[in-house]
Design a protein around this ligand. Structure first.
Ligand code: AHR
Length: 331
């Protein structure tokens, strides 16, 4: 065969090879060694967590903020979107909406009050952003949020009632300094307290001090004027308000222990007031929720199962070992 004709035939065969290969039965093809992106587990380095804090009204709140910020730092999350709503629900709602716009991974919301969250929780749900309710509760349908992490506020109220019952075994009259009106903490504590308070103890009056020292003091001053000599005890919904109330009580010339005070939180200030004889029992409310919040947020990002409700394990503190425990308190 002339060389030119032979070369032409070889070229034809080579040109047809890919076609022939395409028709051949499939041969195994090496698979990529990395899994497709959707199967890769998310880590803390991928996490953008939104924490629209409700305010800075108490030592409890300061400790809660610190726990969130410190845990974010320790875990090395991508970004913590933190804001302070100054105890205003409209500020919290605006902060949640900004986080939805930013497409954060998870929103962890400590709601200032229980009602009024349906619209913004629906918006988060429609955007595919899971919401963890932190600390206080919401009255919205549970289908609108992933989970709640926090204290059992009703149980705290029941524990406070049990302490008041022990402090006033013969019964008597008391006053209540309540937390922020409409907040899960105030509603739950008031409910639990009333449920377990002995029938021979009467609540003469209940006013809010909005969980702050500054607002509790004038409320206590007014109570002291109005009910002078008519009450033996006070149930105070947090230690900051107890400290504000004690200032007013001291100024009225009343001695430590003359009025039986039951408070909530277990802050350093509360421990000091117990050591000084002003508070007779302090029902614990733990603000150090950072580790649980971030752990759950990561599970949500990976579509892993989570508990619908995670309650904090808490106790009651007393004056007898308050001074000894004071240096060990983290908040
Ligand atoms: O929701 C928790 C309560 O809020 C704490 O008892 C109080 O100190 C804080 O302001």
């Amino acid at each position: 065969m002339p060389i030119a004709k032979h070369l032409a035939q070889v070229s034809l065969v080579l040109a047809l090879l890919p076609v022939a290969a395409g028709c051949a039965p499939a041969t195994p093809v090496a698979q990529p060694t990395t899994a497709p992106a959707a199967d890769v587990k998310k880590t803390y380095a991928d996490m953008v967590l939104c924490y629209p804090q409700l305010g800075a009204e108490s030592d409890w709140r300061t400790a809660n903020t610190a726990s969130i910020k410190e845990t974010a730092e320790q875990l090395g999350i991508k970004q913590l979107v933190f804001s302070d709503a100054q105890q205003k629900q409209e500020n919290q709602i605006a902060a949640v909406r900004a986080c939805i716009q930013q497409s954060v991974s998870v929103i962890a919301l400590p709601p200032v009050v229980e009602d009024g969250w349906d619209a913004v929780l629906t918006e988060a749900k429609n955007a595919g952003i899971p919401v963890i309710i932190v600390d206080r509760s919401v009255s919205s349908d549970p289908s609108l949020y992933a989970s709640h992490i926090g204290s059992d506020m009703v149980l705290e109220g029941q524990r406070a009632a049990a302490e008041m019952n022990k402090l006033l075994p013969e019964g008597g009259a008391i006053l209540e300094l309540s937390g922020t009106t409409g907040s899960g903490a105030a509603v739950g504590r008031a409910e639990g307290f009333r449920a377990d308070l002995n029938a021979n103890i009467t609540i003469l009056d209940s006013q809010t001090g909005n969980f702050t020292r500054a607002e509790a003091k004038p409320v206590m001053e007014a109570f002291l004027k109005k009910y002078e000599g008519q009450f033996q005890g006070i149930f105070v919904h947090n230690d900051d308000m107890a400290i504000g109330a004690i200032e007013a009580i001291k100024a009225a010339g009343i001695q430590p222990g003359e009025l039986k005070i039951v408070s909530v939180d277990g802050t350093r200030g509360g421990f000091q007031a117990m050591a000084d004889g002003w508070i007779q029992a302090d029902v614990e409310c733990n603000p150090l929720l950072g580790p649980q919040v971030f752990e759950m947020a990561l599970k949500l990002m990976n579509g892993e199962p989570i508990e619908k409700s995670v309650l904090t394990n808490e106790t009651v503190y007393y004056p007898d070992d308050a001074l000894e425990l004071l240096p060990t308190r983290q908040y």
